[in-house]
Design a protein around this ligand. Structure first.
Ligand code: IVH
Length: 676
């Protein structure tokens, strides 16, 4: 019946061999054959499958990356919810956990299993009759996302279970993560390609899993470790009766499990395990942030049951955040895409939690001043959970003798324009708006946007290409683009290139207000641009206006006036304006818009709170232009509270007083109405 010459037989034989070697290599880290031999087996399977395409099945090792990119992830409902774990941070927390369990079970001691708590993402993988049919994220515990195509690309995830004694339906639960070495290599590659490095292995794993295109995930070095079960239907053999036994089942089915898993006979053994793994933590190649203890016996687990979000029979005992000492070798000032200047500490490279750290953000100059952080300082670097490395303590006793106070530079390190830091604002900014390469993409995007020059067809992707290929380094250069340059760009046909040129030509006839807005002066929104136009009528007067004169304009306070004056003071910006005018941008003095006639919000008192998407000064200007007042605190006189994310006491107070509360979209609506 089984003729070894049969392609069916040969193909099946090769698949079993390949999966076996795959498992040895990826899950056990102990290959039995050379890479070349493995490649030969794989190539042979590919050859046979190509000859007999009807024999290809989705479980074949050649089919790990099989499908086209998705538009979006589908939802998956977890019949057995994916719960989280209660945390313990101290020995006392752990003792209480054990004490409660012993009391509930009326036992003097209870046996547990200990496993490292992997720092990755929980996943549920469903096998039907031994074949992987679905993989999903945890989501909110009840509904997750279908990431089957991506999980199939992970080498340690079997596409087909080993043996044949598995239940007809078997859901396994585990963690997908990125090994530290793989993470560091990936980041080196990203940096070499000019990309932004990933913050930590956990983010790297999450980002890799959430790719709609499985070919991208396939290139990311992800791993999987299995630690439990979800739904199980129609078992063929009696199911295991404890966690330790379950692990043997999982191993036999070819599922990777943690090599550090231990049986722990009581609380004392748990304590020792926590210490042991803590010592091993740095040398392990996978990121962990604690250990997980589970009551070993399933009968005991069933008796203990669940709370709303976590089982009573398990706990995660977390490690304290890791800290390391290193020196600050330099402090650089980076320029963001909106011109924000961020101080960054360049560190003597150091391993923290297994990840090489050589940079730490210092957020803003005020923070640097407050902590008095200087070049040469010895500092503690820590990573807590999934956050980016931070500077903790500055060890002043080790400060070099002649260290200097860190100062905000006067000029932008990228373009040499003046840096401005308005009173009371934490963020300093480069004023080289139109000129600064760091702000190029953002400047052009803003310039082309609908309320500005309204250049149809000039979207983000196109801007990215134009900037990357250095076809456009400033907005004025948009107007010298040629058809031959455009047609060579990705996703650009002759027709859309011609349309873009027409749109560029059309945009040249504009209004002064649009032009002023398009310049992207900090805090000068559409309303302020209009108000400026009404006051100054022509560009030249605006460019020479004094700070005081500007403050007479509705919505322009001290800070905005300073932004305007400094913007026009920069030679680069003036030169760019000249180039724009030379390119043919024009407006007639007759289309200066009328003053906003309606003061619908006259006398109304607004308070702003929480995180808002635009600078407060901008919202304030828009409100004041419509006759409203903006106050700093909520009282019975307040008419509206504009509440962004994370609003705190002001929101509570406004609620108590019955003040009308607006979110940003409600505010926009109100502003729009007040303008008509
Ligand atoms: S057991 C019903 N074991 O930790 C509880 N979880 O905070 C199921 N995790 O969402 C979890 N390593 O992503 C378990 N050895 C391990 C784990 C582990 C990491 C994660 C898992 C879970 C989270 C809970």
């Amino acid at each position: 019946m089984c003729d070894p010459k049969d392609p069916d037989y040969q193909i099946e034989e090769l698949r079993v061999q390949i999966e076996y070697h795959n498992y040895n290599y990826h899950a056990l880290d102990s290959p039995e054959i050379t890479d070349a031999e493995f490649d030969r087996l794989f190539a042979e399977l590919q050859r046979l499958e190509a000859l007999h395409p009807h024999l290809i099945v989705s479980g074949s090792p050649t089919q790990r990356v099989g499908s086209a990119p998705l538009k979006k992830f589908q939802e998956v409902t977890h019949t057995v919810p994916m719960l989280s774990l209660e945390n313990a941070f101290t020995d006392a927390d752990l003792a209480k956990f054990d004490h409660d369990i012993c009391t509930e079970l009326k036992l003097s001691k209870v046996a547990y299993t200990g496993e490292p708590k992997l720092d990755g993402l929980a996943v549920s993988i469903r096998y039907e009759n031994g074949d992987l049919v679905q993989a999903s994220t945890r989501g909110d515990g009840t509904t997750g996302e279908d990431i089957t195509q991506n999980v199939r690309t992970i080498r340690t995830v079997p596409l087909r279970l080993f043996g044949n004694d598995w239940p007809a339906v078997l859901e396994v639960r585990g963690e997908i993560f990125m090994r530290k070495k793989a993470f560091n290599t990936l980041n080196t590659l990203i940096i070499a390609q000019g990309g932004k490095p990933l913050a930590n292995p956990r983010n790297a794993a999450a980002g890799s899993l959430r790719q709609l295109d499985p070919t991208v995930t396939a290139q990311r070095p992800l791993s999987f470790i299995c630690y439990g079960l979800g739904i199980v239907e129609e078992p063929q053999e009696p199911l295991p009766t404890n966690h330790q036994e379950l692990i043997y089942y999982l191993i036999n089915w070819g599922l990777p499990i943690s090599s550090e898993l231990s049986y722990l006979k009581d609380l004392e053994a748990c304590r020792a395990y926590y210490q042991d793994i803590g010592m091993l933590r740095d040398s392990l190649d996978y990121p962990i942030d604690g250990v997980v203890f589970k009551v070993n016996s399933f009968a005991h687990q069933a008796k203990l049951g669940f709370r709303s979000h976590n089982p009573r029979w398990a706990i995660a005992y977390k490690f304290p955040p890791e800290e390391q000492l290193t020196r600050i070798e330099a402090i650089e000032f980076q320029v963001g895409r909106t011109g924000a200047i961020t101080p960054v500490a360049k560190l003597r490279p150091i391993q923290v939690g297994g990840v090489t750290v050589s940079n730490a953000t210092l957020h803003n100059i005020d923070e640097v001043t407050r902590k008095d952080i200087r070049v040469g300082d010895l500092v503690s670097i820590y990573r807590a959970g999934d956050v980016i490395p931070k500077i903790g303590q500055v060890h002043l006793e080790h400060r070099p003798k002649f260290s200097e106070v860190t100062k905000l530079p006067d000029l932008c390190p990228i373009c040499g324009s003046k840096i401005l830091k308005p009173e009371g604002e934490a963020v300093a900014r480069c004023t080289g708006g139109l000129y600064c390469p760091a702000q190029r993409k953002e400047t052009i995007r803003h310039f082309a946007s609908r309320p500005a020059m309204d250049i149809e067809g000039l979207g983000d992707k196109l801007i990215e290409q134009l900037v990357a290929k250095k076809l456009v380094t400033a907005p004025s250069e948009l107007y010298s683009l040629e058809l031959s340059q455009l047609v060579n760009l990705e996703r650009m046909g002759a027709k859309s290139a011609a349309n873009l040129l027409t749109a560029l030509e059309r945009s040249k006839t504009t209004t002064l207000a649009r032009f002023i807005y398009a310049l992207g002066i900090r805090d000068v929104g559409e309303t302020t641009a209009q108000a400026l136009t009404q006051q100054f009528h022509d560009l030249n007067s605006l460019m020479h206006a004094s700070n005081e004169a500007l403050q007479n304009v509705e919505g322009v306070g001290l800070v905005v006036a300073e932004h305007i004056v400094t913007f026009f003071q920069q030679l680069h910006n003036r030169e760019e304006i000249t180039r724009l005018l030379q390119a043919g941008l024009q407006w007639s003095s007759t289309n200066v818009p009328k003053k906003i006639p309606n003061m619908h919000l006259e006398g109304k008192i607004f308070v702003l709170t929480g995180t808002l998407s635009r600078p407060r000064s901008q919202i304030k200007a828009a409100l004041e232009a419509r006759g409203a007042k903006v106050s700093g605190s909520v009282s019975a006189k307040t008419d509206y509270l504009v509440a962004g994310a994370d609003s705190g006491s002001k929101l509570t107070k406004a609620k108590a007083l019955g003040t009308k509360i607006l979110d940003e979209s409600a505010l926009d609506l109100l502003l729009k109405e007040a303008q008509n």
